[in-house]
Design a protein around this ligand. Structure first.
Ligand SMILES: [Zn+2]
Ligand SMILES: [Zn+2]
Length: 247
């Protein structure tokens, strides 16, 4: 299944900002849930980060090795097994800090091994305690590029989104998908909170922001505002009047 990996050269997408053109990205779908693990690196320094290495650590590290990049940090969007399950193994193998998600997701990260066993894939991932939790407004960096953090609860209470406005790139985990949104029927999930996270925290980043979701293809916020059946302007507009914050 190695052919499922796909390339996205950011250089070709950043014509008007040549100074930001040194980052490159490879998406590596991992686990039976085909979760989009992202390997993002700076082409000059070859420094890299892994976002949501949810499983299959050996396959992820093979890609890292083949590219000759050096992973400096692991960033997690939320504590679900398919996003965080490979982090402990990779941390132990290459000795880098695991950063994020928000502390409110620790209860998910305490039950990763148990959850994989329940799904019939015992050994697919490990529980993890991150080296550092993230909160709204935090900053992360890869070489000279800074990323900002938003706390976006709803799918899980400690979910975060990591984005860079100049690159027009956001790692949104399971908050938003092309044409769909994250499930909220898990413990501590909250549908209204998820809608608020999307419309009040993501949409202000602009319609041309591209997002990498936890599963499936990339999209842009503008496209979702047009046709996403859960959060398009037509759908949520009526439910969130400007006149009152009380619903
Ligand atoms: Zn999830
Ligand atoms: Zn997921």
């Amino acid at each position: 299944m190695a052919d499922l990996t796909c390339w996205l050269d950011l250089l070709g997408l950043l014509g008007e900002r040549p100074s930001m053109s040194t980052l490159e990205l490879q998406i590596i779908p991992v686990t039976p849930f085909q979760q989009n693990c992202s390997l993002l690196w700076d082409k000059e320094s070859l420094e890299a980060v892994l976002v949501d290495p949810g499983g299959e650590p050996e396959r992820i590290l093979e890609v890292v090795k083949s590219l000759g990049v050096t992973v400096k940090e692991i960033w997690l969007t939320h504590g679900h097994l398919d996003h965080a399950g490979g982090a402990k193994n990779i941390r132990e193998q290459i000795g880098v800090p695991v950063i994020g998600p928000h502390e409110a997701d620790q209860f998910w990260m305490d039950t990763i091994a148990e959850s994989w066993a329940k799904y019939g894939h015992a050994g697919m991932g490990d529980d993890i305690v991150p080296d550092k939790y993230l909160k709204d407004g935090d900053t992360l960096s890869l070489a000279s590029t800074e990323f900002k953090v938003l706390h976006t609860p709803g799918h899980t209470p400690g979910h975060v989104v990591i984005y860079n406005l100049n690159l027009k790139l956001a790692f949104v985990g399971d908050v938003l998908f092309r044409g769909s949104i994250g499930r909220t029927d898990f413990p501590k999930g909250n549908h209204q909170e998820l809608l608020d996270s999307i419309t009040q925290k993501l949409w202000p980043l602009g319609p041309d922001m591209r997002f990498i979701p936890g599963h499936g293809p990339m999209g842009t916020f503008g496209q979702e505002r047009q046709d996403n059946p859960f959060v398009s302007d037509d759908v949520v507009g009526a439910a969130t009047p400007n006149s009152s914050g009380v619903m």
